[in-house]
Design a protein around this ligand. Sequence first.
Ligand SMILES: Nc1ncnc2c1ncn2[C@@H]1O[C@H](COP(=O)(O)OP(=O)(O)OP(=O)(O)O)[C@@H](O)[C@H]1O
Length: 229
Amino acid sequence: MKNLHVDSVIKYYGKKRILNSIHLSCKKGEIVALVGKNGSGKSTLLKILFGVESASQKFIKIEGYIVRGNKNLKKHINYLPQENFLPLNIKIKTIIQLFLPKEKSDALFHNEYIVPLLQKQFQELSGGEKRILELLLILNSEKRYVLLDEPFNGVSPITKEYILKYLSKNRAKKGYIITDHDFENVFRIADKIVLLDCGNTIEIKDYRQLVNLGYLSETNYQQIMKGQS
Ligand SMILES: Nc1ncnc2c1ncn2[C@@H]1O[C@H](COP(=O)(O)OP(=O)(O)OP(=O)(O)O)[C@@H](O)[C@H]1O
């Protein structure tokens, strides 16, 4: 089975139970939208999956094999954190060469969004420019599963549209778990929606459930329905 499967994740911060034995899976070629209210634990779950946050308990299987140890997780999974992660004072061209194999870096050197940035250092980029560079590096990495924590944050509408098309075009190559509060755009490309609520994951079959469970307002729901008609 070509998928990333996680279950029985339990996480406490102090005495507060954040994740309550949750489970989640993502097939290769699938885009999973992980949504939930502020503070519901989405970032925590992605960090646990990538192995940069500990958990009291977790069980992760990748393509049928149980994965033990955080180093092994990183062999298969890449992660776009909410915060910038690239070195500040290195030229973008060098960062791309360090981060990607030659074939991929050469392709990125011709990307319309990257060309104007190549001779700059990361610290000289705007927030949105930083985000698209980091996102394209993660999406072009060799890893089979990617976790994207708020990829659209600070990104202008036209660039967002570009990212959505880029993801759709490349969807077959990897499995994607995306969390972002721009629910309308994320839902447009998602194959599956999972709500994190009170420490549990709930697979959403109907947008109405998101209203009943307090994630969307009635107005939000009408917006989605209007967008679909
Ligand atoms: N390092 C930490 N120490 C203690 N509590 C934390 C820590 N990181 C997160 N939390 C708490 O864990 C809960 C889940 O946080 P998390 O950042 O995972 O939520 P989220 O769903 O990603 O939220 P948002 O949508 O606002 O980004 C919150 O109550 C938060 O206050």
